[in-house]
Design a protein. Structure first.
Length: 276
């Protein structure tokens, strides 16, 4: 199973991600996230379109890490929404009510919501199965979890280019792109966390950057910079990022980058299905 996505204790030696760094990155990104709001909203809309595939109607939702774009979309659908984020600054970008809370230690009581939406916000969690279990407890019977995560293959062009450039420059390579789960991981995680009718599928999105540096700026603006615990904390060689970006495959209109989204749905168990 891909690193970081496991059931177990939260001992330091099994933590893949530096949660303090994740919060600090999101604090900083709260001042810049408008620069990527259009892309984040498009990805959130694609996720929420899945709600149109069920006749179940939802009245109270929990938005996990929506960066200010998910809650308004849910409210447009007439769904009362509470937003939660690890970063107080990012949480404040959402319309009230909002909660600043760690996804690994959620403060919500049982059966508080009938819908949980996590749009690209759970991939920096160390104990993801534990978080999924907490979210299931926060759902009322027959409530729905709807989430997207970057899947294996996301940013593959950048990962390969950075690794090859760093090996050329220094003779070795440090982890600079987060490990992502594959589709089988996602389906298994939902099942192990006790969800009924777990479904996971992949949606590939290609984004083309005329300016390759814009990719790095957008990752920073979204709070998606490296928070792997074993990252190299030294200042990277000055030539690393220019060399990597120059080596990435290009086409006539720029550099294409793959976003491979794993979209997962699971239901809190209930006596009557009534879900389709």
């Amino acid at each position: 199973m891909t690193g970081g996505f496991r059931v177990g204790t939260m001992q330091d030696d099994v933590r893949i991600f530096d949660r303090t760094a994740v919060r600090l990155h999101r604090d900083r990104a709260a001042r810049q996230v408008d620069a990527v709001a259009t892309l984040l909203q498009e990805l959130a809309e694609r996720l929420l379109d899945r709600l149109d595939d069920t006749t179940r109607r939802f009245s109270r939702a929990l938005d996990i890490g929506g960066r200010g774009v998910v809650a308004p979309l849910l409210r447009q659908r007439g769904i009362e929404t509470v937003s939660c984020d690890l970063s107080p600054a990012m949480a404040a970008r959402n319309p009230a009510p909002v909660v600043a809370a760690d996804e690994e230690f959620l403060p919500f009581g049982p059966a508080s919501f009938d819908l949980v939406v996590a749009s690209l916000s759970l991939h920096w969690v160390n104990d993801l199965p534990g978080t999924l279990i907490q979210l299931r407890h926060a759902l009322c019977p027959d409530g729905l979890l709807l989430a997207s995560l970057p899947g294996l293959g996301t940013l593959s062009e950048l990962r390969v280019a950075l690794t090859e450039a760093e090996v050329t420059l220094t003779g070795g390579a440090a982890p600079r792109v987060s490990p992502f789960p594959d589709l089988r991981d996602c389906a298994a995680l939902l099942q192990r966390a006790g969800y009924a009718l777990p479904v996971a599928d992949i949606e590939d999105i290609r984004v083309v950057y005329a300016d390759p540096l814009a990719l790095l700026r957008e990752l920073r603006a979204a709070g998606e910079t490296n928070a792997v615990r074993l990252r190299d904390r030294r200042i990277p060689p000055r030539a690393l990022f220019p060399s990597a970006l120059a080596a990435m495959p290009s086409q006539a209109d720029g550099i294409p980058v793959t976003l491979r989204l794993a979209v997962v749905t699971g239901w809190a168990p209930a006596g009557s299905p009534g879900r389709t």
